[in-house]
Design a protein around this ligand. Structure first.
Ligand SMILES: Nc1nc2c(ncn2[C@@H]2O[C@H](COP(=O)(O)OP(=O)(O)OP(=O)(O)O)[C@@H](O)[C@H]2O)c(=O)[nH]1
Ligand SMILES: [Mg+2]
Length: 302
């Protein structure tokens, strides 16, 4: 799957990548330099290789892309990014995006489009201006992507949880069936009296109900290591697609890890016995995640 991040220089493409996928903090991005030409990164997600193309937005590079439009070929998902802190740039961004849409039309390609109204925060910016800019941006950009059935989001690297969810939804958008399961799991988690983290084996958090366990999509390092180690045991010692691991201490704290089909992991943390109702719901959730893993596998082989 190819995802292309496009927008003018300084709109926040490399920052978005760094915070959502590379576990960087928002502050870290303040020292980023402009991207030279474009950078490609691979990111495994639900067992799929996702290629993220970060197209440097300085004028000289934009010109170069227009002369060699092949670089955009094969884009499944196009993410045009608008800098809400820089309303003066809207018209220029529009021109760039129009050029890109032309290229895709000529290539006979129709990527899915997810438009980001980015920097939707008041970090070094006035609140009053922000809302005016959103309104202005919507007037300019909603129109131009109309025929694409696109979706738009208000994004900020300073709201990492929201950003991670947006990218998760974008990444599973090609699998209509998976979406339903994720939404269901999200509801189920609210009703269970235990801490639960559902992630893929590479440590991309899909759904959770615990604060501070992820940085963007990336699960906290210690838990990621734990899942990794268990996954190795599953593969080399159990030699089965799925397995369960349990641990506990004298205070009644418990950790339980379920791996389904070498792709999905459900980590459950309890600080004592949980009520029957929660346990029932937990069992339903586990069954559903087993199904979810099957669906992912069959989606890949299609
Ligand atoms: N307030 C705020 N600043 C952001 C946000 N995202 C990025 N920035 C800042 O915007 C500046 C430029 O970010 P980059 O990610 O380097 O921009 P870019 O789009 O990659 O620029 P090029 O590589 O030149 O195309 C950095 O100082 C970031 O800290 C955001 O959501 N909110
Ligand atoms: Mg950049």
């Amino acid at each position: 799957m190819k995802i292309s991040l496009v927008g003018l220089s300084g709109c926040g493409k490399t920052s978005l990548y760094s915070v959502a996928f590379a576990a960087k903090s928002p502050e870290d991005t303040k020292s980023l330099s402009p991207t030279i030409l474009y950078e490609t990164r691979r990111h495994p997600f639900l067992g799929l290789q996702v290629g993220i193309f970060d197209f440097g937005g300085q004028e000289q590079y934009r010109k170069e892309y227009m002369e060699k439009p092949e670089v955009f070929k094969g884009t499944d998902i196009l993410i045009p990014i608008v800098d809400l802190h820089d309303p003066e740039s809207f018209e220029k961004a529009k021109e760039y995006f129009e050029g890109l849409l032309d290229i895709y039309r000529k290539n006979n390609e129709k990527p899915k489009i997810f438009l980001f109204y980015h920097k939707y925060d008041t970090e070094d910016y006035q609140k009053e201006l922000l809302d005016t800019n959103v309104k202005k941006a919507r007037e300019i950009f909603e129109e131009m992507f109309k025929e694409y059935g696109f979706k738009s989001y208000l994004t900020s690297i300073y709201d990492q949880d929201k950003l991670a969810k947006i990218f998760r939804d974008i990444l599973i958008s090609s699998y209509e069936e998976l979406k339903g399961h994720v939404e269901k799991a999200e509801k189920q988690l609210e009703e269970i009296n235990a801490k639960i983290i559902i992630s893929d084996i590479s440590g991309n958090v899909i759904v959770h109900n615990v604060k501070g366990v992820s940085s963007g999509l990336t699960l906290r390092g210690d838990l990621r290591d734990f899942i990794n180690a268990c996954n190795t045991v599953r593969e080399n010692i159990f030699m089965s697609d799925s397995s369960t691991f349990k641990g506990f201490n004298e205070d009644g704290k418990e950790v339980e890890l379920h791996i389904f089909k070498y792709i999905i992991s459900v980590l459950i943390m309890k600080s004592g016995e949980i009520d029957m109702e929660s346990q029932d719901k937990l069992n339903t959730l586990l069954n559903d995640m087993k199904l979810f893993a099957d669906l992912i596998i069959s989606a890949h082989t299609e």
